[in-house]
Ligand binder design. Structure first.
Ligand SMILES: NC(=O)c1ccc[n+]([C@@H]2O[C@H](COP(=O)([O-])OP(=O)(O)OC[C@H]3O[C@@H](n4cnc5c(N)ncnc54)[C@H](OP(=O)(O)O)[C@@H]3O)[C@@H](O)[C@H]2O)c1
Length: 308
């Protein structure tokens, strides 16, 4: 089968389409013939070396939608599904994913929209559920122009919402009806925040995250850290949190996966019901390097999807 193999981390050119053996499916896994493959931002960081990429060479990618070719349960064969695997292997004609991370695609949802939305919508729903938002709270959504940020804004629509986005991109988040939009490419953006922020969905990270603390509601403010778009996690410590009575929770790895799995069916239903994320462009698998360049350029408005 054709697949994108990564032998080393580096620029987009390290991603090469090659003929590789069909992956072996083990018990508890599903073999999927892919129709659409997602390119989330963290994969840009894994490819470039900003995040670890595991053992190489390996078939790259973590999210795909398609049709089940093999499964323990024969009734699943032929079903349209969307799946993700932390073990990689999604940038390929055939992809093995854990059964527990494979979900039926609701009718009326095509593969491109399913893969674009499944992971961000379910992560956003899990985050919003964990935040236990109270009516009227003020919520800061970092990188609101991204897929997860967009769903966070829509799932927290009853709150007062502050959204950050890249320079010149404020118009792209207008549909989220934010109360305030700040440009996160401006190094001084945190100084422009109002007081009384109750919840921060923190995707950017870095040492400057501490600048948020004095804007947060003492005793009630909570920071939910789920991304490190700047390349570094927030450098906040207990010594920062304790005197202000704030909490900070990390969302990642196996500790968060149960919440994300539980959120996936209701999130997919919301997507099928019309809560889509924008599709920026699709690229054939052969143009995987162009797809990565496009996401990395940050000129995108919406998701980039590969077609095998
Ligand atoms: N914890 C988890 O389980 C989990 C799972 C998946 C993803 N994530 C993380 O969630 C974050 C967002 O993912 P996504 O899928 O929503 O991304 P996406 O749809 O690909 O969008 C990327 C977003 O990142 C922003 N961005 C890129 N570089 C940035 C920088 N240096 N500073 C500030 N913003 C920057 C872009 O903003 P502009 O172009 O508007 O500037 C855009 O909003 C990523 O950090 C990813 O690693 C976490």
């Amino acid at each position: 089968m054709r697949a994108v193999l990564m032998r080393e981390q580096g620029g987009p050119e390290v991603l090469k389409v090659e003929e590789v053996p069909v992956p072996e499916r083990k018990t508890g896994e599903v073999l999927i013939r892919t129709e659409a493959i997602g390119v989330p931002y963290y994969e840009i960081q894994q490819r470039s070396g900003a995040l670890p990429a595991g053992e190489l060479p390996a078939v790259f990618g973590h999210e795909a939608a398609g049709t089940v070719a093999e499964a323990d349960d024969a009734a699943l064969v032929g079903r349209r599904v969307v799946a993700m695997s932390m073990a990689g292997g999604a940038y390929a004609e055939l992809f093995v994913a854990p059964r527990e991370d494979t979900f039926p695609i609701p009718d009326d949802l095509d593969a491109v929209n399913a893969v674009a939305a499944a992971v961000p919508a379910s992560i956003a729903l899990a985050l919003v559920r964990t935040a236990k938002l109270a009516k009227g709270e003020t919520v800061l959504i970092e990188a609101g122009g991204g897929a997860i940020g967009g769903y966070l804004a829509r799932f927290a629509a009853d709150q007062r919402i502050i959204v950050t986005t890249g320079a010149g991109k404020a118009a792209s988040v207008e549909h989220l009806n934010p109360d305030l939009v700040l440009d996160h490419d401006d190094p001084g953006w945190r100084a422009k925040l109002p007081d009384g922020i109750d919840v921060v969905f923190a995707a950017i990270g870095g040492p400057e995250t501490t600048e948020l603390l004095d804007r947060m509601t003492p005793g009630r403010g909570r920071i939910l850290v789920y991304g490190l778009l700047s390349g570094a996690l927030p450098s906040i410590t207990a010594a920062d949190l304790l005197p202000r009575g704030l909490t900070m929770t990390g969302f990642g790895g196996m500790g968060f996966i149960a919440d994300v799995r539980a959120a996936r069916p209701p999130a997919l239903d919301r997507v099928a019901g019309g809560l889509r994320t924008a599709i920026d462009r699709t690229y054939p698998l052969d143009e995987v390097a162009k797809a990565h360049q496009r996401v990395e350029s940050r000129e995108v408005s919406g998701k980039v999807v590969l077609l095998p």
